[in-house]
Design a protein. Structure first.
Length: 306
């Protein structure tokens, strides 16, 4: 699917079928891929990398354009089961146009950064800034979800909440890798500012982007370390709770087994020295001994604070 956009009054507006400044290809089909490769001279490997979520961010200079791939968080859905994924975005910068390739439809140009746009350079710099902001928003969501899961773990002995927490920890590892890759890309953009044609305003904005990305990386590292520590602590707590339950069940089993043993002894087909079958209080003596054995276990449990 192809979207065309133009710059009008500092904003991006869709242009329908006419010529445009920004072309957004969403999951391009075979015909669109052929046009991008043959007509625009986009390297086929770079084009495929734009649709590969595992591809690292990078910057390449081609004879007729500049190719850039950066990472952004994928929109979360309930089907992901607490796994926050990362996707790639390909940006191809020509003299008179900007071509963007994404694997799925997503709101690329939303938010305050896209209110004032003057050039193509403004657009792809603001795309990177929006991706960083999107990472920060997802980090807040991950923090809230982890807090809710911690409460569930405290009240439940099931493994699924611990597994969900582990999935969040894995998501943070993916996010940290993507943010680090974006940081390398931003450094390359800054080092090649003259080739790309950045203005002084673009350079100042690029410095702000670099700072934001560094803060985002630091926040991700903190969340990842905290969540990793919590995982170890929660696993120890669950193991300790399980040991307490097993100990309680063992004591209960002993309390039940002692009366059974007493009754079994007096049920043997042998002569008991101090009782006979004709004795009318034999039943009550045996019952008292059985009850006393259970009571003894209960008293020891309470006194020893088992």
């Amino acid at each position: 699917m192809l979207k065309r956009l133009n710059i009008s009054d500092g904003k991006l507006v869709e242009n329908g079928e006419g010529d445009a400044v920004v072309y957004v290809y969403v999951a391009p089909d075979e015909a669109e891929r052929k046009y991008l490769v043959e007509q625009l001279k986009i390297d086929e490997h770079t084009l495929n990398s734009s649709l590969d979520p595992d591809e690292l961010s990078r910057l390449e200079f081609e004879p007729e354009h500049i190719a850039m791939i950066f990472k952004r968080p994928k929109r979360y859905s309930s089907e992901d089961n607490f796994l926050f994924k990362v996707s790639s975005t390909g940006v191809f910068i020509f003299k008179d146009r900007l071509v963007i390739v994404v694997a799925e439809e997503t709101p690329l140009f939303e938010g305050k950064p896209f209110i004032r746009i003057q050039s193509i350079q403004d657009i792809f710099l603001k795309l990177i800034y929006r991706a960083i902001s999107h990472f920060v928003e997802h980090l807040r969501g991950i923090n809230q979800v982890s807090n809710e899961l911690e409460q569930q773990i405290n009240m439940s002995m099931e493994n699924k909440y611990l597994l969900n927490l582990f999935t969040l920890e894995k998501s943070l590892v993916y996010y940290l890798n993507a943010i680090n890759a974006n940081g390398v890309l931003i450094e390359k953009l800054k080092n090649n500012a003259a080739k790309i044609g950045f203005s002084q305003d673009n350079m100042e904005y690029l410095d702000d982007i670099l700072i934001e990305n560094s803060q985002c990386r630091g926040q991700t590292e903190i969340y990842s370390q905290v969540l990793s520590s919590l995982m170890d602590a929660r696993a120890s707590i669950i193991s300790n709770n399980l040991n307490i339950r097993i100990k309680a069940l063992t004591l209960i089993t002993i309390a039940i087994m002692l009366p059974t043993m007493v009754v079994s002894i007096f049920s043997m087909n042998v002569k008991i020295p101090f009782l006979s079958h004709e004795d009318p209080i034999s039943f009550w003596i045996i019952t008292l001994l059985a009850a006393s054995s259970s009571t003894l276990v209960g008293v020891l449990w309470w006194r020893k604070k088992w």
